[in-house]
Design a protein around this ligand. Structure first.
Ligand code: FES
Ligand code: FE2
Length: 464
């Protein structure tokens, strides 16, 4: 355990419930670094003004000073395996084509024709093409961005092909993700990721593939959407069905780095707010609700055993034998628990094996009260080395349940439906509020404050 400042320790230990580390110790479970570290920081208690979620002026500032300066993941490398494969990544009013070129490298270009500006690929699309051909007058570029052809070239003798290469956006990769950055002066991706690369040293994100990818437009600011997934405080009221398998006041919150924070939420531990005490067998039965597809036979807790160890053994067996995935190098926590990292501004990464999600929240268009939520599940590639194809995104309207998407677990889908309903209500509530800002919990909502403080440093134009 690291040394916390006195004030950080006071808030980090204020919960009347045992901490996640206390629980792990009481169960004699050892967790490897970085999960054994507690790095909460006290970041203040001031309200966060609602204006930053509703005003056009603040939205425009974010666009100009933050979104155009930060690394953000655009797609997975396995979305564009072959030359000519592309994904269009849209962020606010910006649109960027990420492309695999003939040499096997990855490049990104501003999605705009150099003749009269038409988008070269429709927004939010992906596919494969031999070159870029503009739909309007047919100007063409090669996959490496060099100019290929201008119809009626005799009328464009003033166009120098060298100067008419497609302008590039920086693109770099980590963990199988392709990141882009519109700022030519930004630090390299690995520097921006900071402690994340170290924390993920034993978590192989590269050899994973997308089993489900859902996109939903949410009726709220991108930060409200992201913030809804940064704390476990809302679980007691919004997701009461989860209280039999998680103890929300024991969730651990950590600030890891300028761009990185996380929470650790243990599974197989009941909430004190459930209202009754479960047996270890009942906890196992409840945990299996989320993974019903895996269950052929009842999973029994042995004499003197506990729910976490029983579930971990069961899941290890499933991963090893049914999915051909190695688990021997992982602790029970990495098999079972919800380990959620955030990379500023909008990437959520879950390295754990049974909760392997990735989230992304981003503004769409130029409106402060609309955002797009990407929800992906990333499973490890089988040991045999045969990489299954990554799933294509399925975009669903706001009123459509997550549970209706093929491959989506119904139990999990219902949880995301519950969060969605809150978000529209919250955005609407901000504009009618007499009180000018949101009041955050000092400990449990510290990641929301961290997000806003890091955002502020960009908006103020401070160096990264
Ligand atoms: S606008 Fe693209 S070819 Fe004319
Ligand atoms: Fe939630």
């Amino acid at each position: 355990m690291n040394e916390l400042s006195d004030i950080a320790r006071r808030y980090a230990t204020a919960s009347p419930e045992p901490s996640a580390q206390d629980i792990l110790r009481s169960l004699n479970e050892s967790v490897p670094p970085p999960l054994d570290q507690e790095t909460y920081e006290f970041l203040g208690n001031e309200d966060i003004p609602y204006e930053r979620y509703t005003s056009q002026a603040f939205f425009d500032l974010e666009m100009e000073r933050m979104w155009t300066k930060v690394w953000q993941w655009a797609c997975r490398e396995d979305h564009i395996p072959e030359p000519g494969d592309y994904v269009v990544y849209d962020i606010g009013r910006y649109s960027i084509v990420v492309m695999r070129n003939e040499a096997g490298g990855i490049k990104a270009f501003y999605n705009s024709c150099l003749h009269r500006g038409t988008k070269l690929c429709p927004s939010h699309t992906q596919g494969s093409k031999p070159d870029f051909t503009c739909i309007y007058h047919g100007w063409q570029w090669n996959l490496d961005g060099t100019l290929k052809n201008i119809p009626s070239a005799w009328d464009f003798t003033h166009v120098d092909p060298e100067a008419y290469k497609l302008p590039e956006v920086r693109a770099e990769t980590w963990g199988g993700f392709v990141f882009i950055n519109m700022d030519d002066d930004a630090p390299p991706l690995l520097e921006y990721l900071g402690i994340l690369t170290k924390d993920f040293a034993n978590w192989n994100m590269k050899d994973r593939y997308v089993t489900v990818h859902i996109q939903k437009e949410l009726p709220c600011n991108w930060k409200l959407a992201a913030e809804a997934f940064m704390e476990n405080y809302h679980t007691r009221v919004t997701h009461p069905q989860l209280l039999s398998g998680t103890s929300e006041p024991s969730t651990q919150y950590d600030i890891r780095d300028k761009h990185v924070d996380r929470f650790l939420s243990l599974s197989g531990i009941q909430s004190p707010h459930l209202g009754r005490t479960l047996t270890e067998q009942e906890k196992v039965d409840n945990m299996l609700m989320g993974d019903r597809s895996l269950v052929d036979n009842p999973v029994m807790v042995p004499e003197g055993g506990n729910a976490r160890r029983t579930m971990s053994n069961f899941l290890r067996d499933q991963f090893e034998n049914a999915l051909d995935v190695a688990t021997g190098h992982l602790s029970d926590s990495e098999i079972l628990d919800t380990i959620e990292y955030t990379l500023f501004p909008n990437m959520f990464l879950f390295p754990g094996l049974s909760m392997p999600m990735v989230y992304r929240f981003r503004p769409i268009g130029t409106s402060p009260d609309k955002s797009l939520f990407d929800l992906l599940f990333l499973r490890p590639v089988p040991r045999s080395g045969n990489r299954p194809e990554s799933a294509q995104p399925v975009r669903i309207p706001i009123e459509q349940s997550y549970t209706t998407v093929p491959g989506m677990d119904a139990f999990m889908g219902h949880v995301y439906d519950q969060d969605t309903w809150n978000l529209g209500m919250q955005q609407e509530g901000l504009t009618t509020s007499r009180k000018p800002g949101q009041t955050l919990a000092t400990y449990q909502e510290v990641r929301i404050r961290h997000l806003n403080q890091t955002l502020d440093s960009y908006v103020r134009g401070e160096a990264v």
